[in-house]
Design a protein. Structure first.
Length: 228
């Protein structure tokens, strides 16, 4: 049977970048069949229109539910053996997603492949990244260089190992811990993905604050689960 892949892209008010991201994804040359699914997470801009023009399927959420829930709705809409999660603001660098997916195909024992930036490039979230890395190591023994990377390729077993998707920006930490605890394999590979720069703006600080709060909630939850 041919390999079936789902490329799942959650998007909240990403009209500025989504089209170029989807154009890059459309050029993927991967074995088997691929389905491009966008989750319009309650956007108020033209994200919905762009997604309808370029994706194979679009899931429209009436209100913003957060990244983790959006990914879960994309998984529910997919018919796939392999899953590729990509952020909506990658623009032309989304093309590296095909190599990330192929890295999963090539490894018969790989269940989660995380894209890390090459050495020397900014990977950027400071305190949130350090907090996530320490927690993953203490709870699983895994040393992860890019714990917050949203660019990930997963097997179906890895997807099924995640116990709770509805945790917003904490989803990358949650899925890494759950997959490692399930005894599945986690790898990191360097690819030069690039996001828009939020910088030292009010929006940037608010985004990082929400992300840090979500990560802390996930860490508390996973510590409690580990004591049960």
């Amino acid at each position: 049977m041919a390999q079936r892949s789902a490329i799942i892209i959650p998007a909240y008010n990403e009209g500025e970048y989504l089209q170029s991201t989807l154009q890059a994804v459309r050029q993927f040359d991967v074995p088997g069949t691929k389905e491009v699914i966008v989750i319009n997470d309650g956007s108020s801009d033209d994200t919905a229109r762009i997604a309808e023009s370029w994706a194979d399927a679009v899931v429209h959420l009436p209100e913003n539910r957060g990244k983790g829930y959006a990914l879960w709705r994309g998984i529910q809409a997919a018919n796939a053996d392999f899953f590729l999660f990509l952020d909506a603001d990658l623009a032309e660098t989304a093309r590296y997603g095909s190599s990330l997916l192929e890295a999963l195909y090539r490894g018969t024992t790989k269940d989660l492949v995380i894209a890390a930036l090459p050495p020397g490039q900014k990977s950027g979230f400071g305190m949130a990244k350090k907090t996530a890395s320490r927690a993953i190591y203490h709870l699983t023994g895994w040393k992860i260089a890019a714990p917050l990377s949203g660019q990930r390729a997963l097997s179906r077993k890895a997807v099924q190992a995640v116990t709770d998707w509805d945790c917003g920006f904490g989803i990358e930490v949650a899925m890494t811990i759950d997959i490692a605890r399930a005894g599945l394999t986690v790898y990191e590979v360097s690819y030069p993905f690039s996001h828009r720069e939020r910088g030292k703006t009010i929006g940037g600080f608010l985004h990082r604050g929400r992300q840090y709060a979500a990560i802390r909630r996930v860490i508390r939850q996973k510590r409690q689960e580990g004591r049960l």
